[in-house]
Design a protein around this ligand. Structure first.
Ligand code: UDP
Ligand code: MG
Length: 318
């Protein structure tokens, strides 16, 4: 059995050696497994790449993939998944916030055969700025409401997966990637392993507040089209509101002579017309939104189905 570890790295020169030493320790602990370390250098500007290259010279299990510029962690993870060859594949941060020491336990859970993946969830957000924790919690709450994919609060990208699951991830070739959503969308049985939050071993977080905010919107765009339904609700609201001036108009029409009620009649008729036209326009925007949502779904080219188990050889994947 072979284990692939994917490690996206962006300016991680100080974290790499402590991480590598820890990985070697874990490998010695799990001597019955072959290991493959895939370091993906995401356009680092420091010595990250040369350190990884040196490691690859000394250790034949080290593979490196260096990007031509910074494409982001999502692209780095995808490159790792696409190029992994192991039966089990894990993705972990370079800063040791995803403790490699959890790997033996994770492998043991997969070996029991009941689960397709072991995902990790940190129990607390120790050491994180309170503002960031507040917005992170808010994001999880909103995401749960607007999308059909469930993601767990505190979930890390650190998880170990069987080959079938990795193949499913690779088949999700969309460009606007949000891995937490992808892991949820493809299904499979996942065991959640909680652990206490660890602070990064060196360097600093690569995520600024604005980068994270943009990433959370990307997550919602990738897994929810509920916003596109808003014009329908708005149209309904305007249609309902337009009944008030209409009722007023009919009442005045019936109870007053035309000349007496002239200003009130005109005003209520204009208000009715404005609301009714607004409602009709919103309705059409809603229809347009529905088509946009369908087009977006098609453009992403996600698989129609994902097979977890079968006894058929050469199963057709679509
Ligand atoms: N990372 C990356 N590309 C980026 C930003 C981050 O490959 O553009 C890597 C980074 O080197 C680390 C992991 O993604 O291995 C998580 O990043 P970080 O520790 O900065 O995020 P945090 O743990 O603060 O959420
Ligand atoms: Mg980190």
């Amino acid at each position: 059995m072979k284990l692939s570890l994917i490690i996206p790295c962006y300016n991680e020169e100080d974290s790499l050696m402590p991480l590598y030493n820890e990985l070697v320790r874990v490998r010695d602990e799990m001597s019955s497994y072959d290991f493959e370390y895939i370091f993906v250098d995401d356009g680092s500007k420091d010595n990250t790449l040369s350190i990884i290259k040196d490691l690859s010279k000394e250790d034949e299990n080290v593979t490196y993939i260096a990007f031509s510029k910074n494409f982001g962690k999502e692209s780095a993870m995808y490159a790792g998944f696409c190029n992994s060859t192991g039966d089990y594949v894990a993705v972990m941060d370079a800063d040791m916030q995803d403790p490699p020491s959890l790997l033996p336990k994770m492998v043991e859970i997969l070996e029991s055969g009941e689960y397709d993946s072991v995902a990790t969830r940190r129990l607390d957000r120790k050491g994180e700025p309170p503002v960031r924790s507040f917005f992170a919690n808010m994001f999880y709450r909103i995401f749960k409401h607007v999308s059909n994919v469930s993601i767990v609060s505190g979930a890390r990208d650190f998880r170990l997966m069987k080959r079938e699951m990795v193949d499913a991830i690779v088949s999700m070739c969309e460009h606007n990637r949000f891995s937490k959503g992808i892991f949820g969308w493809i299904g499979f049985k996942t065991y959640w392993l909680p652990f206490e939050n660890v602070e990064r071993v060196a360097g600093h977080s690569k995520w600024s507040f604005w980068k994270l905010l943009k990433y959370s919107f990307d997550g919602i765009y990738a897994f929810s089209d509920k916003v596109l339904n808003l014009p329908f609700y708005f149209s309904g609201f305007l249609a309902l509101a337009s009944t008030a001036p209409l009722a007023y108009f009919i009442y005045y029409w019936a109870t007053h002579s035309f000349w007496m009620g002239y200003p009130a009649l005109t005003a209520s008729l204009i208000l009715f017309a404005v609301l009714a036209i607004g409602s009709a326009l919103s309705l059409f925007i809603g229809f347009l939104g529905s088509y946009v949502s369908k087009i977006y779904g098609e453009v992403k080219g996600r698989p129609h189905y994902i097979v977890a188990q079968t006894n058929k050889k050469d199963i057709v994947k679509k």
